[in-house]
Design a protein around this ligand. Structure first.
Ligand code: PMP
Length: 442
C-alpha cells in the first residue's frame, strides 16, 4: 500500500477525516453535557458502567433525562430532543399519554399490589385475544424476555422435545439474544441457530431434526439486528415446515405487534401457533405476554393440575389497567395503520436522501420501526451489515442528537404516535444536512 512521507497509508489518510469528525462530535457532546457527565460518574460507582439496561449506553457517557412530554425528552443539561426512539418501541403513545396516566391515577385511588385477581386482567386479556389471530388465551409476564422463555417452555412441554430453532441476529430478550454479544448470557437450551431469511436452511433443519424440535422462535422482522423484514418465502417455509414436523411456531411480536391491530401476522396472513408480546401494549409500564390456542395454553390451567407460571407482578394492577386503556386507543380510528404509513413514508424519504448522497448509508424497516445503516445496501440479512463502519453509526447518532433528534446509537428508530408530519420533515432535512456536511468525510 502506498505511504506518504509521514508514513500514513492512503487508507489511513482517508480514515482521518472520519476519525476527526467523530472526535469533534464527541468533544461537542462532552462539553454540552456537564451535568450528565457528573451523574454518569456517580452512577459508575454503583451500577456497572453506570448502566442498568445495556442498550442505553452511549459513548462516552449517556445523557440523563430530566423530563419527558409528548414527543420530547429534556435532559439535565437543558437540551430538548425530538424523541424518535420511543423507548425502543415501548413508547408508542409518546410520553405521559393522558389515557394511560388516567388509568394509573384511578388505580392509585383504588389500591394496587392486591395479591388477588381483579376485573382489569380479564378486560386486558380479552383485548389481546381480540387483536391477534393466533391468541385464544394469554398469560401475562413482566417482560418480553420472560414471555419468550415461557413460550419456549410451553412448546417443550407440549411436544416433549428440547430443540429450539432460532435465527442468527434474532433478539428475544436479555437471555435470548442471538447477536454477537449474546452468547455468554444466553439461557442454556439446545439451539439450532439458522441464517435469517434462508428458507432452504429452515427446510433442511426441519427435515433433519423435525422429530426433536420443540419450537421455531422467529421475529417477523429482525428487530435489534437491524429492522430486516422476513421474506414471504422464508415465512412460508417456517410455517409449512413446523406444521409438518409438529413443532410449535412462535412469532415474537414484541416489536412488530404495533404494525397493525392484528400485528405483523395480521398483515402477513401467516398465523403462528403462539405469539409473544411486550413493549407498548401496557403504555410503557412493565409488560410481557405469551398466548396461543386454548389446547396449548390449557397446560397452565390450575383446575387441571396445570404447569406453574408464577410471577408476583404478572397481573400488576397498574399494568392491567394501562393495558386495557391502551387497547382502546390503538384499536380506534386507524391509529396503528396511520403510524405504519407515516413510518413507511419516512423511510422512503430517507432512502431518497441516502441515494442522492455519496455517503455509505441505507435504511431498512417496516412501518414505524426503522434502522439506518452505514452500508450502501441492500440489507436482507445481518451478514449484509458485515462491512458497516461503526464510526459512521456513531457520527450519525452524535450529529443528529446535536441537531435535536434522539434515536438509538445503533441507528434504530421507533416512531411514536406523537411524532407529526412536521417533525418527520425536520428530521429528513437534518439527515440531508448531515449527508451534505460530511460529503467529503472518509
Ligand atoms: N423480543 C423482541 C423482538 C424485542 O425487541 C425485545 C426487546 N427489545 C424483547 C423480545 C425483550 O423484551 P423485554 O426487553 O421486555 O424483555
Amino acid at each position: 500500500m502506498p505511504t506518504d512521507p509521514a508514513g500514513l497509508s492512503t487508507v489511513d489518510k482517508m480514515n482521518l477525516g472520519l476519525d476527526d469528525a467523530l472526535a469533534a462530535a464527541r468533544d461537542r457532546y462532552v462539553a454540552a453535557h456537564p451535568r450528565s457527565a457528573a451523574l454518569a460518574d456517580r452512577a459508575r460507582r454503583v451500577l456497572p458502567g453506570g448502566n442498568t439496561r445495556s442498550v442505553l449506553h452511549i459513548d462516552p457517557f449517556a445523557f440523563r433525562v430530566a423530563g419527558a412530554d409528548g414527543a420530547y425528552l429534556c435532559d439535565v443539561d437543558g437540551h430538548r430532543y425530538l424523541d424518535l426512539l420511543g423507548d425502543y418501541s415501548a413508547g408508542l403513545l409518546g410520553h405521559r399519554p393522558t389515557t394511560v396516566a388516567a388509568a394509573v391515577r384511578a388505580r392509585l385511588d383504588e389500591g394496587w399490589a392486591l395479591g388477588a385477581m381483579a376485573e382489569a386482567e380479564i378486560v386486558f386479556a380479552e383485548a389481546v385475544a381480540a387483536r391477534f389471530p393466533s391468541i385464544e388465551q394469554v398469560r401475562f409476564t413482566n417482560s418480553g424476555t420472560e414471555a419468550n422463555l415461557m413460550a419456549i417452555m410451553t412448546a417443550r412441554h407440549a411436544t416433549g422435545c428440547d430443540r429450539v430453532v432460532v435465527f442468527d441476529g434474532g433478539y428475544h430478550g436479555g437471555l435470548l439474544s442471538f447477536g454477537p454479544s449474546g452468547a455468554r448470557v444466553r439461557a442454556p437450551f439446545e439451539y439450532a441457530v439458522l441464517p435469517y431469511n434462508d428458507a432452504a436452511a429452515v427446510e433442511r433443519e426441519l427435515a433433519d431434526h423435525g422429530d426433536r424440535i420443540a419450537c421455531v422462535l422467529v421475529e417477523p422482522m429482525l428487530g435489534a439486528s437491524g429492522c430486516i423484514p422476513a421474506t414471504p418465502v422464508f415465512l412460508a417455509a417456517v410455517r409449512g415446515g413446523t406444521r409438518e414436523a409438529g413443532a410449535v411456531l412462535v412469532f415474537d411480536e414484541v416489536m412488530t405487534s404495533r404494525l397493525s391491530v392484528g400485528g405483523a401476522q395480521g398483515l402477513l396472513g401467516v398465523t403462528p401457533d403462539m405469539t409473544t408480546l411486550g413493549k407498548y401494549l401496557a403504555g410503557g409500564l412493565t409488560f410481557g405476554a405469551f398466548g396461543g390456542p386454548r389446547d396449548l395454553m390449557a397446560a397452565f390451567d390450575p383446575d387441571a393440575g396445570g404447569l406453574s407460571h408464577g410471577g408476583t407482578f404478572n397481573n400488576n394492577a397498574f399494568t392491567m389497567a394501562a393495558g386495557a386503556a391502551v387497547h382502546e386507543i390503538v384499536t380506534a380510528d386507524g391509529l396503528l395503520d396511520a403510524l405504519t404509513a407515516r413510518g413507511d413514508g419516512l423511510r422512503a424519504r430517507l432512502t431518497e436522501v441516502f441515494d442522492a448522497s455519496p455517503l455509505p448509508f441505507s435504511v431498512t424497516g417496516w412501518g414505524s420501526l426503522c434502522a439506518v445503516h452505514p452500508v450502501g445496501g441492500p440489507v436482507a440479512a445481518p451478514a449484509d451489515l458485515a462491512g458497516a463502519d461503526d464510526r459512521w453509526r456513531q457520527l450519525f447518532f452524535h450529529d443528529l442528537l446535536d441537531a435535536g433528534f434522539y434515536l438509538a446509537p445503533r441507528g434504530y428508530l421507533a416512531v411514536s404516535a406523537t411524532v407529526t408530519d412536521d417533525d418527520v420533515d425536520r428530521f429528513v432535512d437534518a439527515v440531508a444536512a448531515f449527508c451534505d456536511r460530511h460529503r467529503a468525510t472518509r
